[in-house]
Design a protein around this ligand. Sequence first.
Ligand SMILES: CC(C)(COP(=O)(O)OP(=O)(O)OC[C@H]1O[C@@H](n2cnc3c(N)ncnc32)[C@H](O)[C@@H]1OP(=O)(O)O)[C@@H](O)C(=O)NCCC(=O)NCCS
Length: 164
Amino acid sequence: MVHVMNPYSGNPIEESEDICLRPMKPDDLDQVLDIEERSYVDPWLREHFEYELLVSSISKMMVLEIHHEVIAYVGLWLLAPEIHITNITVDPEYRYRGLGSRLMEYVINLAYELRIKQVTLEVRHNNMAALALYRKFGFEVRGMRKNYYASERAHALIMSRTVR
Ligand SMILES: CC(C)(COP(=O)(O)OP(=O)(O)OC[C@H]1O[C@@H](n2cnc3c(N)ncnc32)[C@H](O)[C@@H]1OP(=O)(O)O)[C@@H](O)C(=O)NCCC(=O)NCCS
């Protein structure tokens, strides 16, 4: 079990503090977009989320709520025998407190449940927080797309983790 810390008290958030991980709904998008826009130089737009939620048949989007407020979310493509993580984001005010790990724990458990062999993702080579999260969960670099994010002078690393 990952320890999730309360950003205000610095104490572990107990299960009784009403943490909930549930599927994303269109009604969540205002809160999700607010976090998205504060998190990325090139945030997903409402249309991206709507496509994943309402059109795509391979997409699974989950939100993590604390006291009924959306704090973090993760997007997946279920491409058996692979899960691809399309988006994993924690509200800037709540980072470094175990919530990204909580989302990743969910993804890995889902992979076991669905007998998925591999979880993959792409990350900018200089995204230290994301790299720390992925390495913690056993992801390894399998390839690189050089200058993929040219305007940011960043390469894309392709990472994956085998699930047995
Ligand atoms: C990446 C992200 C989801 C991590 O979420 P988080 O809730 O801060 O992650 P956690 O608190 O669970 O931390 C996971 C591990 O990474 C480490 N870590 C987190 N942020 C870090 C940072 N800025 N620098 C170095 N290590 C970091 C933590 O120490 C922890 O390791 P530990 O348990 O061994 O101490 C969050 O930083 C984020 O939303 N970033 C912006 C969006 C983004 O870049 N998403 C990824 C796109 S590929």
